[in-house]
Unconditional design. Structure first.
Length: 310
């Protein structure tokens, strides 16, 4: 990729609209920003005078704090609204809420929303840059990018790797962004889980569906179990979490089928003892906290690039 490559996106709504050179630029920019977080004085003036608003309609520990830290490390002013503190609780529409926030001239609006497509809807209604922090079961692009960065950091390259994603693929916006992102970067993504939690058309995103967890994990370079998102299931789609853990939980024995040195990843939050055994979550193979660290660098890069990269 030429160093002259220009990032032409005002919004980050998903990995589906990013090209391979876009993703490479984001990863390279994040790599160059990462060392700022290791400095004694963790602040650069890159976004001084810019205003970043986070608007979260769903709970979050990692993503919300990570965007907030990333913006502050670049000297932006940050403001936060949550579902319970927004006037949508009084009947205001999402578009009206967004237009009112826009009238206060922020530069970036970062939103998490339970409805798939909510961030696309917002981007159509306002001129401010919108970054999707997770919309329903659709996409979670900054998580997909931090996962790519973590794998590249540990494995040197992404192309040709086998990525196994296990669990609730249907309700996971992370799975959707990861399948799109890893496939675009030349990796081979295999998914497995209860048949009720594997979407029928998931192959169209680039994933291969495996009949058994063993098939997915065998010789994998990366193993990523996902949380069962019971909050998005109207009716139970698995008999019980205990049965799920016994058939699809990642433990030491299951992980032994992966390549030696395979990475164990998880987007969080983890339900220990359900999709992931606690000793594996805390093992030397786990890069779960590296994912969180890299999230700050990725979010710094995204905010920097959507505002023109200057
Ligand atoms: N990975 C992730 O989105 O975590 P949070 O829900 O805590 O933001």
């Amino acid at each position: 990729m030429s160093s002259e490559y220009l990032f032409a996106h005002k919004h980050i709504l998903g990995l589906d609209h990013l090209s391979v050179p876009d993703i490479e630029l984001i990863l390279n920019t994040a790599e160059s920003f990462k060392e700022i977080s290791a400095r004694a004085i963790k602040k650069v003036p890159v976004l001084r005078g810019k205003t970043v608003v986070t608007l979260f309609f769903e709970p979050s520990t990692r993503t919300r704090l990570s965007f907030d830290i990333a913006a502050k490390r670049m000297s932006a002013d940050t403001f936060s609204i949550t579902a319970s503190t927004s006037s949508t609780t009084k009947g205001e529409t999402l578009a009206d809420t967004a237009r009112n926030i826009e009238a206060m001239m922020p530069d970036i609006l970062i939103m998490r929303h339970p409805s798939s497509g909510a961030c696309h809807y917002l981007a159509k209604h306002i001129r401010t840059s919108v970054i999707n922090a997770g919309d329903g079961t659709h996409e979670h692009p900054s998580q997909g990018l931090l996962d790519l960065m973590t794998v590249k950091e540990h494995k040197g390259e992404i192309s040709g790797l086998k990525i196994a994603i296990i669990g609730d693929i249907s309700h996971s916006r992370v799975a959707h962004s990861d399948i799109i992102g890893f496939s675009k970067m030349g990796a081979n993504v295999f998914v497995s889980g209860p048949a009720t939690l594997i979407p029928k058309k998931i192959e169209k995103l680039g994933a291969t569906v495996c009949g058994t967890i063993e098939e997915a994990v065998r010789n994998a370079d990366v193993v990523m179990p996902l949380r069962i998102q019971t909050e998005r299931q109207n009716d139970p789609l698995i008999p019980s979490l205990r049965e799920y853990a016994s058939f699809f939980g990642i433990n030491r024995q299951v992980l032994q089928a992966a390549k030696p040195g395979a990475l164990l990843m998880h987007p969080g939050p983890i339900n220990r003892g359900v999709e992931l055994a606690p000793d594996v979550a805390d093992s030397a193979q786990s890069v779960i906290l590296d994912q969180v660290t890299n999230g700050v660098a990725i979010r710094m890069a995204l905010m920097y690039l959507v505002l023109g990269g200057k």
